[in-house]
Design a protein around this ligand. Structure first.
Ligand SMILES: Cc1ncc(COP(=O)(O)O)c(C=O)c1O
Length: 428
């Protein structure tokens, strides 16, 4: 590799250099990276001059005017912390309080895990950073063991584990005909995976399908994991967005805890606190006991130190201020419910409009799916036609970010979906 790099370099003599030729060819072998599908959608949307255009690609919450939202609890926390920051690194006290309060949200305040202090937790660079840190940990301590990702999943999961050089496999999740969970195939893939594999699970509001297993199905999944000694790694990017209730959305994790699993979890505050650019997240890994948890934590800290030393402090101060103040926390829970309810009401409205248009298709899945995304079932041609003829943009897998749907644009969207789908009986 090194030799080929040397051979492919171009050496160019400059007129000012009299002795050695200057090599400018260091990166001649670097090819452009493939475009991120979501960035491609945003670029096409921005380039479209139509006043009717709608961007349903980006998975970020918007209000009913289509505007980004800064939660009031975040504004209140902001005014509380003004002047309290110091530009060195965050104090150990703030960081451990943040971790404690974050993991309480997923494991439960009175859980055995919390009482026995069997968790290794670390502030992470939002959900992505938490996943990446776990992938590094996996590579260091179980380097040959594959991770199974759902098919489909958030596309960056593939990038994260591939770049961490962990073998990646997939398990079946989505059933195209029913537009629901392919539970039988999912269970078969759990049974047939090599014993002791890692599995990535979306505990709620699955991205991109919006389809979650029922509590009963989670129990069966957890049991099968016990039988096959698999490790469940939960990616919790949308706690509160599925049901509007933080506790309900943690139910899958609680079921695994009841069964005594050792689990890992990546948490993100990007969506549920609207802190996208602040990059606040938490990685936690359970252990047999407190002593082992401290050992695991020391290794996570070492890996994080080599990658980025320590994460930014402002966002974490905001989150820990909100979570540690009962009034601010109550305000957050209320605002989270408002966001989840708005998305649910847009699902209902889109569905009603399509029904009123006498669409020949069954659109039940729009209201059955939960969370930020609707996996519409529209095919490539229809998605291209939506962009070309109606200025409506979404990713090519037909995923609609429901946060981009508003009272004002929902009937236009329904009409467009009806027009592109009504002539093709196979369409969706
Ligand atoms: C399933 C899932 N995991 C993780 C993330 C990463 O989120 P963050 O912005 O917190 O890195 C996302 C974001 O879209 C996601 O959908």
């Amino acid at each position: 590799m090194w030799r080929s790099l040397v051979l492919t370099r171009r050496c160019i003599s400059t007129s000012t250099s009299t002795s050695k030729p200057l090599s400018l060819g260091w990166f001649d072998h670097v090819k452009p990276a493939p475009k991120d599908p979501i960035i491609g959608v945003t670029e096409a949307f921005l380039a479209d001059p139509s006043p009717n255009k709608i961007n349903l690609g980006v998975g970020a919450y918007r209000d009913d005017e289509g505007k980004p939202v800064v939660l009031q609890c975040v504004r209140d926390a902001e005014s509380k912390i003004t002047g309290s920051e110091f530009l060195e690194s965050i104090s150990a006290g703030v960081s451990s309080r943040f971790v404690e309060e974050s993991v309480e949200l997923i494991y439960g305040k009175n859980s055995d895990v919390m009482k026995e202090r069997r968790f290794a937790g670390l502030q992470a660079l939002s959900g992505t950073g938490a996943c990446r840190l776990f992938a590094e940990f996996q590579r260091h301590f179980h380097h040959d063991v594959p991770i199974f990702l759902p098919d489909p999943t958030w596309s960056n999961h593939h990038n994260i584990w591939r770049d961490a050089q962990v073998p990646v496999r997939t398990y079946r999740y989505y059933h195209h005909d029913s537009k629901g969970l392919n539970f039988g195939a999912f269970m078969d893939d759990i049974k047939n995976a090599p014993e002791g594999s890692f599995f990535l699970l979306h505990p709620c509001a699955h991205n991109p399908t919006g389809i979650d297993p029922t509590d009963e199905q989670w129990r069966e999944i957890s049991n099968q994991f016990m039988v096959n000694h698999h490790f469940p790694f939960f990616d919790m990017a949308y706690q509160g967005f599925a049901s509007g209730d933080l506790e309900k959305d943690a139910k899958a994790i609680r079921i695994f805890l009841e069964d005594g699993h050792i689990i890992g979890c990546a948490q993100s505050f990007a969506k549920n606190m609207g802190l996208y650019g602040h990059r606040v997240g938490c990685l936690s890994v359970l252990a047999k006991d407190q002593k082992q948890a401290m050992i695991v934590r020391s290794q996570l800290q070492r890996l994080a130190r080599a990658m980025y030393s320590s994460p930014p402090i402002h966002g974490v101060l905001l989150v820990s201020t909100i979570l540690s103040d009962p009034l601010l926390k109550a305000e957050w829970i209320e605002e989270l419910k408002v966001m989840a309810d708005r998305i649910r009401s847009m699902r209902a409205s889109l569905f009603d409009h399509l029904e009123k248009l006498n669409s020949p298709h069954n659109w039940d899945h729009i209201v059955k799916q939960v969370g930020m995304f609707c996996y519409s079932g529209l095919n490539y041609e229809q998605i291209d036609q939506l962009a070309r003829d109606f200025h409506i943009y979404m990713t090519r897998d037909g995923r609609i970010s429901m946060a981009g749907v508003t009272t004002r644009n929902v009937s236009y969207l329904a009409e467009a979906m009806h027009q592109v789908s009504s002539y093709d009986p196979q369409c969706q």
